[in-house]
Design a protein around this ligand. Structure first.
Ligand SMILES: *Cc1c(COP(=O)(O)O)cnc(C)c1O
Length: 477
């Protein structure tokens, strides 16, 4: 079979455009106008395991139902799924559906956490000068405006902060929030080195329009702030809000426009993981933002069984580009309690990246990153000093954070070869495994250093008939 010189696959343009939610018996009479109403979506968001079980009882097998029931009992996260997401799940194939995997836990899929999880995966709380503000890296800080989300992802990195959300709780927190916000703004004001604020959470979709305006204005009042990002998973979970919650979109637009007048970049960062999450409703919603000149970037998480496949990732990236979103990052899954079955290996990330890069415009191609445990920050997945595929340990450095420190990421044990599994099964091996990896990283660096000349420059290796590479490059101009 011959191969096309060009990739002629255009399936990324085929967006779901049917009343898919009517497959759920409880919503079979819900018309499109109702379904597009963001208030209907909010009101009908599933927040209790019993609701999930109730909605599913006629359409899945009793065995699956039991698996869900038991899964909720063991899960460390609360449940919160919009009708949009719930309706998109293919309940005829619930075990393999990419949305089910992300939001509805199954007892049968639980696997043991990685032994190194106790390390603490990101340790953000240590770098909070005031509650709800993480200033850990250079000129940027993370402002956690609230602690509820539009959805609870099983793999949430911030499960320490995000969770329970009864009505009473929410009201209580909001009044507390105002004072907390003020403290965060004060810190930003007094830290002129900060230029870039990520407003996250929780989720800025959950902010009321006047809160969006308030936070936006407070940050725009600080002359040293040059970049603001509103982070929200909302467009992937409840895209109709962008169509029907006009006050919210107007509030966001107001902040973006004020920013533009002051030469401050205000953008939206969102989180799609699978091409199926992008429907015709999504396209219409994102078109509203595009028409208002609002830049939207996407950060995905590489999730086993969801998007750990080159063709699916390629379709996601191209579909995002198609709806005017910039794919920004793909994260190798952090070490998170109770989500080990969702992680995959660094090697998988490398393999997928190789296929994705080149399939569309470079500026629509995400960078695959590992958020280095222990506070190394986001590292290009390829930039490891050393990667042992047998033990699954990759070693990263992060000179702008700490030039002397080595950071370790660990692939999930169950995806390692037998010999690697065996070593992790023996607790006395754990320190040794990391030590070996660090030594190998140092040895690799020593080899590179051996090519340095006395003045520290890297030797230019002779190529092409003895000419040094850089001479050829400059000659070719
Ligand atoms: C991810 C992150 C940022 C933003 O990093 P970028 O690479 O600029 O997107 C800022 N602070 C913290 C703590 C983060 O985790």
């Amino acid at each position: 079979m011959g191969r096309n010189k060009h990739n002629l696959d255009t399936s990324h343009r085929n967006l779901m455009d049917e009343p898919f939610w009517q497959r759920v018996p409880a919503w079979k009479d819900v018309d499109e106008a109702t379904f597009l109403d963001w208030m209907w979506q909010s009101k009908n968001t599933v927040t209790k395991p019993e609701q999930v079980l109730e909605l599913l009882k006629e359409i899945v097998t009793p065995e699956f139902l039991e698996d869900v029931r038991e899964g909720f009992r063991r899960a460390s996260m609360s449940v919160r799924v919009s009708p949009y997401v719930f309706g998109l799940i293919d309940w005829d194939e619930p075990y393999t559906d990419p949305l089910r995997i992300q939001f509805v836990p199954l007892a049968s899929r639980f696997t043991k956490d990685h032994p190194m999880l106790t390390f603490d995966s990101l340790g953000e709380q240590k770098d909070s000068p005031v509650q709800g503000l993480t200033h850990r890296y250079s000129d940027k800080a993370l402002f956690l405006a609230m602690d509820t989300c539009t959805v609870y992802c099983r793999y949430c990195t911030r499960s320490y902060a995000v969770g329970s959300d009864t009505e009473d709780f929410e009201k209580m927190r909001l009044s507390v929030n105002r004072k907390r916000w003020e403290k965060a703004f004060e810190y930003i004001r007094n830290t002129p080195y900060l230029e870039d604020i990520v407003i996250s959470g929780g989720d800025t979709y959950q902010l009321r329009p006047e809160q969006v305006t308030e936070i936006g204005n407070a940050l725009l009042d600080i002359p040293t702030v040059r970049r603001i990002r509103f982070a929200t998973k909302g467009p992937a979970i409840m895209p109709m809000k962008l169509i029907t919650h006009t006050e919210w979109v107007d509030a966001l637009t107001g902040v973006v426009e004020r920013g533009r007048k002051q030469n401050v970049e205000v953008v939206v960062h969102t989180h799609f993981n699978h091409p199926k999450e992008i429907t015709e409703i999504t396209r219409k919603g994102l078109a509203v933002l595009f028409a208002r000149g609002i830049t939207v970037r996407n950060q995905s998480v590489l999730v086993r069984g969801v998007n750990d496949d080159p063709e699916i990732m390629k379709q996601l990236v191209r579909r995002l580009a198609y709806v005017n979103v910039h794919p920004y990052y793909v994260y190798v899954h952090d070490l998170v309690t109770g989500a080990e079955d969702l992680r995959t290996t660094v090697q998988t990330a490398l393999d997928i990246e190789k296929v994705v890069r080149g399939s569309t415009a470079g500026f629509k191609t995400p960078t695959f990153v590992v958020d280095a445990p222990g506070g190394g920050g986001k590292r290009d997945a390829h930039s490891f000093e050393h990667y042992n595929r047998e033990t699954g340990v990759s070693v990263y450095r992060s000179p702008s954070v700490d030039p002397d420190k080595y950071y370790f990421y660990c692939d999930p044990v169950e995806l390692l070869p037998e010999s690697g599994k065996k070593r992790w099964a023996d607790p006395t091996q754990h320190d040794l495994i990391l030590q070996e990896a660090e030594e190998a990283a140092k040895a690799a660096q020593a080899e590179i250093d051996s090519y340095h000349q006395d003045d520290g420059r890297l030797l230019r290796l002779p190529t092409l008939g003895g000419q040094a590479k850089s001479d050829v490059a400059s000659g070719a101009g």
